[in-house]
Structure formats: C-alpha cells, structure tokens
Ligand binder design. Structure first.
Ligand code: NAP
Length: 282
C-alpha cells in the first residue's frame, strides 16, 4: 500500500507557521482576486481562498464582474490595483469569458504583484531559470509536498501528463530545475502508457480519469493534480486511486493532496510578495 502524501496536514502546518509570522506584522498583507462570471467551480475556489486568507489575517478582497464585462473594465481595475500600495498580490481567477483576451488581462498585472507567476515577465524568468517574483502555486505546492516526504528529484524521470500554462509546463520547468529528466505528455502523445511506465514520478494534470494501475512501475510516486466532478457528482482526480494506491510507493489523494497545497502556496506567495515590496520601500 502506498504512503499517502498528505496535503491537508502539510497545508495546516505551513499555514500555522505563516499565521504566526503574519500576527507580527503591523500592516497586514493583502490579496486581491478578480472573479468574472458565474462558473460554480471558480466561485468555490475563490471563496476557499478568501476564507483561508482571512483566517490567517491576510486582507482579502474579491472583485466580481458579470460574464459580459468588457476587457477595458478589467484592465482599468488591474491598473488601479497595481497602483494601490495597500495591495500586495493580484490573482485573476481563470477561466475568463471567451470575448476577453486572457493574455492581455494577465499581462496587465504588475509582475511584482503577480501571485501565481502568470505574467510574461515572470514566465520568462521561470523559463530561463531566473527567479520569478514567486513560483506558480500548484507546481510549487507539489514540490513542497515532495520535499516534506524527502522525495528527491535529482536524476529521476519525471513524466508530466498535461501541458497547460497553469500546471503542466511550469511543473516540467520546475522539476527540470531540480535536475530531473522530464517528459511532457499531452492529448497527442502516442503510447502514453509506454512513457508513464518509465516514470519515477508521474504527475497527472488532465481533468479526466486517465491513470490506471497498469501505467506505472511499482515504486512510482504518483501526483494527481486533476480535480473534477464525475457523472455522479463525486469529486475525482485523474488517477484510479483505489487500484493505483495498492501498487505504488507514494500517492496524493483527491481531495486532500494537491488542492490544499495550492491554497497554501497562494498564501505563502502573498506574504512573500508583501515582504519583497516592504523591503524595497524601506
Ligand atoms: P487544461 O488546461 O485543460 O489542460 C489539460 C491538459 O491535459 C492538456 O495539456 C491536454 O492536452 C491534456 N490531455 C487531455 N486529454 C489527455 C489525454 N487523453 N492524454 C494525455 N493528455 C491529455 O487543464 P489544467 O488547468 O492544467 O488542469 C488540469 C486538471 O487539474 C483539472 O482537473 C483542473 O481542475 C486541475 N487543477 C487542480 C489544481 C489543484 O490545485 N488541485 C490546480 C489547477 C488545476 P492538449 O494540450 O493536447 O489539449
């Protein structure tokens, strides 16, 4: 039976320490989240982020817009938040409606307030191996979890399934930086199973049940980023947990694995940006 990589416990531990740090700050860090439209999943994610931030003493502002908001209105708001020195971190909750150019909106965020490493400047820094303002929340949370269980990536074969800008690509770059040998797979990959079978660490970020127990070595570490509801309304990940957990060495559950680590990362990143901004203004 695999060891469960317990994201909930690690989140609690990290946030407990973070709260102690925030308690010492006279002026509290502040996170602004922009939410467009009525997507139920986005609303839940944003609400969870707000609640967690508030429980730590981070000032959390959620700015909501209807689905038909114009790009100009969003850009004007982001510019206002950029200029507002009481706001340390800005997050635009994705997805955005189709009539809005996502990249224009993301790139309006000041790189130094870019809490999920979305902007071209921070992505470029990540790509070249330079330090971005902060690392993207989900991949960073996964690395925290691997570190907590002393899972070293040096020389290991990491297979990332999924190539989104949010998870797959930055995950690949960040494991490469840890000296892993990295393969990225996607919907056009042929013979996926042949590749995943060679993985020491298999990270799946797809959004459908895809990873079965015949797709990996026994000693594989399996990270399930996927989170979605199946036809019966049950929250699921990409991995067939019941079967795979009987076989591999380590595995993340869904829920309770990567999800809590993403939120923890967002909070840590907010405080990191706050500290950088305050240091500079001294
Ligand atoms: P995305 O933008 O939809 O990307 C999905 C990726 O999966 C794409 O690269 C796609 O390939 C690939 N893919 C689809 N079907 C495939 C198949 N049959 N075989 C191999 N690859 C396939 O999704 P995302 O934003 O990265 O999110 C992925 C999942 O993670 C979702 O369930 C999301 O809800 C979840 N998520 C969870 C967290 C968390 O904190 N737990 C954070 C972010 C996302 P193509 O590029 O070829 O289309």
């Amino acid at each position: 039976m695999a060891v469960i990589l317990d994201g909930k416990s690690l989140r609690n531990k990290l946030l407990e320490n973070l709260k102690k740090e925030i308690d010492e700050f006279e002026v509290k860090p502040s996170l602004a989240v922009i939410l467009v439209g009525e997507d139920p999943a986005s609303k839940i994610y944003v609400n969870n982020k707000r609640k967690t931030a508030e429980s730590l003493g981070i000032v959390s502002t959620v700015i909501t817009y209807p689905q038909d908001v114009s790009e100009d209105v969003l850009l004007a708001k982001i510019n206002e938040l950029n200029r507002d020195s009481s706001v340390n971190a800005i997050l635009v909750q994705l997805p955005l409606p189709k009539h809005i150019n996502k990249q224009n909106v993301i790139d309006a965020i000041s790189p130094e307030k870019d809490v999920d490493c979305f902007t071209l400047e921070n992505c470029g820094r990540l790509f070249t191996g330079l330090e971005p303002a902060v690392y993207p929340c989900t991949p960073q949370g996964i690395l925290f979890l691997l570190d907590e269980y002393n899972i070293d990536l040096d020389g290991k074969h990491v297979v990332v399934v999924g190539r989104s800008n949010l998870v797959g690509k930055p995950m690949a770059l960040m494991t490469l930086k840890r000296n892993a040998t990295v393969t990225i797979c996607h919907s056009h990959t042929k013979n996926l199973k042949d590749i995943t079978k060679t993985a020491d660490v298999l990270i799946s970020a797809v959004g459908e049940v895809l990873i079965e127990d015949d797709m990996m070595k026994d000693e594989c570490v399996v990270i399930d980023v996927g989170i979605f509801k199946d036809d019966s309304g049950k929250v699921r990940g990409d991995v067939n947990f019941d079967a795979v957990s009987k076989k591999v060495s380590y595995i993340t559950p869904v829920p309770g694995g990567v999800g809590p680590m993403t939120i923890a990362s967002l909070m840590l990143n907010t405080v990191k940006l706050y500290k950088k901004q305050n240091k500079r203004s001294l």
